[in-house]
Write a protein that binds this ligand. Sequence first.
Ligand code: ZN
Length: 226
Amino acid sequence: MWKKIEFAIVLLLLAVLIMMSNHLEEMVSSGRVTGRNPCIVLDSGHGGEDPGKIGVNQAKEKDVNLKIAKKTKERLEKKGWKVVMTREKDVMLGDSAAGNKKIHDMKARVERINKTMPQAAVSIHQNSYQDAQIHGAQVFYYSHSEEGKRMAEVMQKALLKADEENTRQAKANDTYYLLKRTEVPTIIVECGFLSNPEEAAKLVSPKYQEKLAEAIAEGILACMEN
Ligand SMILES: [Zn+2]
């Protein structure tokens, strides 16, 4: 008799444990435990006095970043996501009268991301290198963030689909200010190399910008499903 009661109690405890763990998982994924809001932050790198990289075709990185970010925003909104942009104009962030404007700009971006507490933040940039042959989009994540790593790998996959010549892989980084200081999973998408004549020409074309935006939005949506 006692054996049966003991067995029933153990079974009951097990059932309660399973129910609790299911509920916890649900709470984590819905953001109640993480404290994250149901939105995405898109960060357009550089702006205003800070042009970022200058392309071999004289394209300014800040302009390419903003165009791709805006197109990505449109796509995410169509899928029902709320999108917060760190900038929507050609401006630097932070106090324009401050001493080191670049540092204030970076701090303002991090602050905006941490205040918004999105599900994830994606910072959009363009690359440059002394060897003009180097090309292809690449995603960076914070070395100490498992979530960031997972996101970067999903995003890199989406970007590879948009450019069959690209063989780059997501890469860890532990020095970028934005990756280090944000409190939500953050990745940096370097869409391509402005130092490569062919890629620089593509990066300023609205058609390729659309293609990249499509890939970035797809990558974000895939990350949110996981
Ligand atoms: Zn940049």
